[in-house]
Design a protein around this ligand. Structure first.
Ligand code: ATP
Ligand code: MG
Length: 811
């Protein structure tokens, strides 16, 4: 056993070792990217199990993605054997779902079949509320209100507290607080939680029931959290609750807490994450100790020097310098393209060369070694088009989300209603989908009945079918009757089909499916058949409906596979009694509840391909957090794009963007490419932006510029990319600069002398290749924003042009 313990410590540097061996006081491991934070967390778990008499059931580890959780679990099992499977390793959301499900008996007016509403469901519900309260949807948009409510929830502010905190004459805030209260009321009536509730309601549960809190503290003697810099206030309080602050009356000591993070990689402020949690750790948790890691094991020194240079421009940060002893490696490759299409072509050609075994010999890479990052989801399109043409296999992580497609959501809504008939948002979504002649008016009558009687929307539908709802015509009564019959039929068939179980609540019996009967695939199939959904799509001539049909079939396949996997896991568990898995708070494998939970909690980052998939990975910079690849392309280094437009005037946002740059750069192990484009399609218009200031922050000797400047004149400012304003200053040509629309976009940075600024004064003549001869009639602004208005007469008339990047033609 000593041997095994020794092996667990092998290869760790002294700081890493100290972090693994540390016992007792709360521990913060702060370290830059690639310094082994996640590895140390994993090793620490293995060490606890192997050397400190800790049982797997006493461990709760929290990771940022489901995929990271699965990997950590596997690594621990590799290190300590199958008993590692008993640990709870999951995301904040999954952890909370387990606790809420296990304790659902303590949740007022909720049961364990609760639905989990995503952003789209929340907005639907908010839309209904805004309509029912007769509010102006322009003033109170579901999107805007949902952000406000989310902020409240991240701060653990209840509707009552929100209302109490409102300034008397702030009508808008008061209204939002009112919507918030109504939103919570309806969520509960629907037996539903939204994402933020999962955390907040767990905290509330632990506050309300100290004995439950103590139960989990007793159970989880070790709490470990990865990516601590991206926790929000609610998550922080949850951790505090789970760990316990001091020894309780019953003699229970606080659990051991170990968190790892890097303030420089905090990139989720827009989701309420706060760097405060990592910065104040030592104040929040008494006796806390801190371990610093500085040696990087991921990247070359060249890559690290670039990362250090960029992030050191942020102020108010704890200074740390990453270093490696693995050598300088290759220079970073820089490339300036004329257009995003050309940028993509460069990337494609470069990948072809990197993966060409015939010329590269040992330096050759596999497709799976390569990742391409972009600032926003739309960044994938141009690259995809070029990859398809070049035959480069790739996978886009996130972006086009299967579970967000309308038809998939429709069928999932049926599944949710079967599981949880109280789920009024899902119910109203499918009430007339596919169309069955239940109109808005009928729906409104049922809603009013539900409101007046306090019966759920589903119960109200049953009332309607029995003729007990006012103002419904006979046709509506009949159609609603048919719908209720359909749902009851599905519930009845799959209730008996899934078999009785020992759960006390009859409603939940079929959710805890048993191995011989459960098949979600059959349920999905029954839904698309009995509702006529499939028939309707098959009968359609619309090619879009063909694609929808494919997606429906894909969902059936996913559900079948899910059931088959569950049956397989069950068999394996039967074969090997040492694989003991903790099922507390988990729905039965293969059950409808388990399927719905997986569908609800699947996130972008969980779709990152594995090496075996043999594809280039494409994703946003945000999704790339925590990952590493031998070859990384970070695209779009343009001011106004990256850093994002909205950050240019806001120091806090700019710092966050810089952290994003730091995250992107530090994903690379061996080769890093930084590319930018002089013009980029944005909302269907080419926009020209100057070089990203972050790019300028990288010492130039680290970069091998393959191409620096666009061909001047031909494609530079003024031609296809010029900002051209028509008569009266209205935007008239497909131009990059668009001052009038709030998207600033200078064609060049005059300070760096890349492009020549032209000098024109009022009265000067100018011969434009396209507009012909004209005369300068007005001039305004200066430097990068200087623009002249030239009257070319004829059909061109007056156009306004930026002078910064040069204007084609002669003076
Ligand atoms: P990030 O900040 O990006 O999340 P991290 O600090 O979590 O990074 P890891 O992902 O744990 O870093 O480690 C980065 C790489 O370094 C991994 O490939 C890991 O296997 C390797 N590594 C970590 N520690 C050591 C070590 N002591 N010896 C050799 N390799 C190591
Ligand atoms: Mg990590």
């Amino acid at each position: 056993a000593d041997d095994r313990v020794a092996r667990l410590l092998e290869g760790l540097n002294p700081q890493q070792r100290a972090a693994v061996l540390h016992a007792g006081a709360p521990l913060l491991i702060v370290a830059g990217a690639g310094s082994g934070k996640t590895s140390v967390l994993t090793r620490r778990i293995a060490y606890l199990l192997a050397a400190r008499d800790v049982t797997p059931g006493q461990i709760l580890a929290i990771t940022f993605t489901n995929k990271a959780a699965a990997e950590m679990r596997e690594r621990v099992i590799d290190l300590v054997g199958p008993r590692g499977a008993y640990m709870w390793v999951s995301t904040f959301h999954s952890t909370c779902v387990r606790i809420l499900r296990a304790q659902s008996g303590l949740l007022e007016s909720m049961n364990s079949n609760f639905s989990i509403y995503d952003a789209d469901d929340s907005k639907r519900l908010l839309g209904m509320i805004i309509r029912d309260l007769d509010l102006d949807p322009k003033k109170f948009s579901p999107r805007g209100v949902s952000v406000a409510i989310s902020n409240y929830k991240n701060e653990l502010i209840s509707p009552d507290a929100a209302a109490a905190a409102v300034n008397e004459d702030d009508l808008a805030a008061a209204t939002i607080a009112r919507i918030y209260a109504e939103y919570q009321r309806r969520l509960r009536a629907a037996n539903a939680f939204d994402f933020d509730d999962l955390i907040g309601e767990t905290v509330a549960l632990l506050h309300r029931h100290p004995q439950v809190a103590e139960y989990y503290r007793r159970r989880f003697r070790h709490v470990l959290v990865d990516e601590y810099q991206d926790t929000n206030h609610a998550q922080y309080v949850l951790i505090r609750e789970l760990v316990g602050e001091q020894t309780t009356a019953s003699g229970l000591e606080p659990s051991e807490l170990c968190v790892v993070g890097d303030a420089d990689q905090s990139i989720y402020a827009f989701r309420g994450a706060t760097i405060r949690n990592i910065e104040e750790f030592e104040r929040d948790f008494s006796n806390a100790e801190t371990v610093l890691l500085e040696q990087n094991y991921r990247s070359t020194q060249t890559i690290l020097s670039a990362a250090n240079a960029v992030i050191s421009r942020n102020t108010n940060r704890r200074e740390k310098k990453l270093w490696t002893d693995s050598g300088d490696g290759e220079l970073i490759v820089g490339y300036v393209a004329d257009s995003d299409r050309e940028e993509s072509t460069f990337i494609a050609k470069e990948i072809e060369e990197l993966t060409d075994y015939s010329i590269g010999g040992s330096s050759s890479h596999k497709y799976s070694d390569v990742a391409v990052f972009y600032r926003t989801n739309t960044g994938s399109r141009a690259i995809e088009e070029v990859f398809v043409r070049h035959g480069i296999p790739y996978k886009v992580v996130g972006g086009t989300k299967f579970y967000e497609r309308k038809e998939v959501r429709d069928v999932v809504a049926y599944l949710r209603v079967v599981a949880n008939p109280d789920d009024s948002v899902s119910l109203r979504r499918i009430l007339n989908t596919p169309r069955r002649g239940i109109g808005d008016r009928a729906e409104a009558c049922v809603a009013v009945h539900s409101e007046n009687t306090g019966r759920s929307f589903y119960e109200s539908l049953i009332d309607a079918a029995e003729g007990k709802v006012a103002l419904l015509n006979t046709r509506a009564v009949k159609q609603i009757g048919g719908f209720v019959e359909l749902i009851e039929g599905l519930r009845a068939d799959f209730l008996t089909h899934f078999g009785e179980s020992d759960t006390e609540d009859a409603d939940t019996a079929f959710l805890d499916a048993t191995e011989e009967s459960a098949d979600i695939g059959e349920l999905v199939e029954a839904i698309v058949e009995r509702t006529g959904y499939r028939a309707e799509l098959e009968a359609s001539n619309d090619p879009q409906d063909g694609a929808r049909l494919d997606n429906i079939n894909e969902l059936v396949a996913v559900a079948r596979e899910f059931s088959a996997d569950a049956a397989q896991v069950d068999l394996e568990a039967d074969d090997d009694p040492s694989i003991e898995v903790d099922r507390e708070g988990e729905p039965e494998p293969g059950s409808l509840a388990a399927f719905l939970e997986r569908v609800s909690l699947v996130a972008d980052a969980d779709q990152v391909p594995d090496e075996g998939d043999g594809v280039v990975t494409m994703m946003t910079l945000h999704t790339a957090k925590g990952l590493e690849f031998p070859v990384v392309f970070v695209t779009g280094w343009e001011d106004g794009h990256f850093p994002h437009m909205r950050a240019l005037g806001d120091p806090n946002e700019l710092s966050e963007e810089r952290r994003l740059a730091y995250v992107g750069i530090t994903r690379a192990k061996q080769r890093l490419y930084l590319t930018r484009s002089v013009t980029r399609a944005s909302w269907g218009q080419p926009v020209s932006n100057p070089e990203s200031r972050f790019l300028q922050e990288i010492p130039q000797h680290l970069i091998d510029w393959r191409r620096t400047e666009p061909r001047r004149g031909a494609r530079g400012f003024g031609g296809s990319s010029g900002g051209v304003f028509g008569r009266d200053g209205a935007f008239s040509e497909s131009g990059g600069s668009s001052f009038g629309r709030g998207r600033s976009s200078y064609s060049a940075d005059p300070g760096r002398g890349r492009n020549k600024q032209v000098h024109l004064d009022i009265g000067d003549r100018h011969n434009h290749p396209k507009y012909g001869m004209g005369k300068v009639v007005a001039k305004e602004g200066s430097g990068a924003t200087e623009r002249v208005t030239i009257d070319y007469g004829g059909s061109a008339g007056r156009v306004t042009l930026l002078t910064a990047g040069g204007i084609p033609g002669d003076k």
